[in-house]
Write a protein that binds this ligand. Sequence first.
Ligand code: NIG
Ligand code: FE
Length: 414
Amino acid sequence: MSVSVLVTNCSQLVTMAGPDRPRTCKEMRELGIVHDGAMFLRDGRIAAVGSRAEVELLAEPNTQVVDAGGRVTMPGFVDAHTHLIFAGNRADEFEMRCSGMTYQQIAERGGGIRSTVRKTRAATEEELIAVGQKHAQRFLRGGTTTVETKSGYGLTLDDELKILRAVRAVSRTTPLRCVPTFLGAHEIPDEYKGRPDAYVDLVVEEMLPAVTRESLAKFCDVFCEDKVFNVKQTERVLRAAKKLGLGLRVHADQFTSSSAVELAAALGAKTVDHLEQTTADSIAAMKQAGVQPVLLPGSVYAIGSQKYAPARAMIDAGLPVVIATDFNPGSSPTASMTMVLSLACTQMKMTPAEAVTAATINAAYSLNLGHEVGSLKAGKVADFVIHDAEDYRELAYFFGSHRAHRVFAAGAEV
Ligand code: NIG
Ligand code: FE
């Protein structure tokens, strides 16, 4: 027998109705809001959305009713850039940064990513699954139902596989949908110090084939940055990944501007992420190649920088902007998409509507999931959130304290 659910009494049903593609320019401000709206679900999928008067007629005798109580109902957030799985944390480095050291100075002294790598290598797969499950609960509580999540704290074949297997287990054992990305080229591990090309050999010749043999990743990412991987090394990894059928994402222009964006555009990457230091030419290259920028204001905020990515210039240039948490133990220890909405609005001058678009439908398309999640449309998976708010703008406005009221993944309450 099929299970049906009526979700009703929504002050605003934020449907994100619009074209079946990522939204650009003025479209980013159009949220398809139905006032006093309702939604009818069948077997974990959306069957109808519309006005309360219309949709309530669809209820059957055994339909379960979810009363939103006059609150905003919208798609679950899609967080398109996270590092979900790592051992320990770096509260010690946070204190060092508060006392004046920079993120890069700490990394150069053996801290940073490499410090998390040491702890993650020492953890078992079971321990990492437990960490991932704990982090998954944080995301779900905040109203995030889909995350992209990267490896990158193992940096040996076995440890990278261990992390990606843990991601798969978290995705299977929690309601959080995880899209896995292989980020073996996240940092040069201690044992390859001064020999980055030899490490790239390992990534290309051993790690990538093993990852794809076990179907452990959908995307491949590289941290292209001064003192990490240069553009040439980045190109080697991305070309090898592309050959194996993986989609491409790149960490680029975070601290220094390089030609990584142009490389990503030439290789047909799905996204380039960070972009705090990016130039007008790189924006044009992304536009030309259909690359989506993923902006991570939480990582600018948390490292105490003032230089946010030029979101306005990107939106004005017609780029389908995405925003994400970059959840990780170093530069962005937040799982809160509402905090990211707030930063996007106050620091990057996006409107609340643009920020919502960037955190839902545009993010979904950046993960090749635009046909499944990211909007409330008949046929899609019923991933949605009833927020403690009457108006969607409150999500970005009341910063730092937001909790989702009720969260549903595939029609089931989390
Ligand atoms: O996206 N930039 C590289 N990777 C992460 C930081 C990871 C860490 O500090 O542990 C980022 O900011
Ligand atoms: Fe990142």
